[in-house]
Structures are given as C-alpha cells and as structure tokens.
Design a protein around this ligand. Sequence first.
Ligand SMILES: [Zn+2]
Ligand SMILES: [Zn+2]
Ligand SMILES: [Zn+2]
Length: 152
Amino acid sequence: MTAARSRDRATWGTVREELRARGMRWTPQRRQILQVLAATDGHITGSELLERCRKLDPATTPSTVYRTLDVLEELGVIRHSHGLDGREEFHVQPVAEHGHLVCSSCGASREIDAAQAAPIARAFRRTHDFDIFLDHLTLAGRCAACRAAQAG
Ligand SMILES: [Zn+2]
Ligand SMILES: [Zn+2]
Ligand SMILES: [Zn+2]
C-alpha cells in the first residue's frame, strides 16, 4: 500500500504543471478529478468518475471531467480500453498493458497479460497480417461462477 501510494505521487506529480503549460486552469474541480482518479483501483468510466466527483462537489460538470480525461490521456497519465458496450474505461498509470476478459452475464472482468495474448497476436499476425493492440483486446464470454450457476 505504501509502495503504491508513493508510486501514484510520482506519476501525478507533474500533472499540475503540464495542465498549466496547456493553458488549463488549476481549479478545485480539476484537482478533485485528479484525486478521485489517483485513488481509483482498476477501471473507471467517464460517467463513474463524474458521479464520484459530484458526490464531493455537486457543481462538477461533465465537460470539465471529459476534457480533463482527454488531456490526461494525451499526457500518458491514464489510458483507455473499451467495455463490452464500447464505453471507454480508463486505467490509471503506471499499469502494464493488458486486455480484458469480460463476463457478459455478471460483468466480472479479468485481465489478459501480454504473455497470455502472445499466441493470439501471433495467430492474427500470421493469418491476417494484422497487429492487435493488447489494450483494446476485450473478449466477451462467461465466467466460471456464472457457468456453475447455470449448470445449477
Ligand atoms: Zn479506444
Ligand atoms: Zn459471470
Ligand atoms: Zn484493465
């Protein structure tokens, strides 16, 4: 936990200056968005982020949240992948590049790491001459718990 905290601080340390350099004002709302993101474990969608920020400051606007997300992604502080419905889900960096297995029954999500994806990537490289982006690899299916429940 301590290690994770200090890592977050290092990652987020220069964001304020970077935003200023891009002509974005350092407002309390923006600071709060960054705090909520830095405390996020795993994935968060724009609307979830907006909801969390609004609990803390009801005046938070969607445009502030989405504009901040855009800039943070440009800066490389966050990255996005896509859920089954195509929604963008944001990951706070640093995080190893990964894909996702998503259960279409319960929504549970598991990560696919680079080693696990390597055989798939090689196969499509060979058959389609196509490079897969691991962070955009989202596979739908059914998790073990849902299969067991169905089997009954
Ligand atoms: Zn995308
Ligand atoms: Zn499931
Ligand atoms: Zn992920």
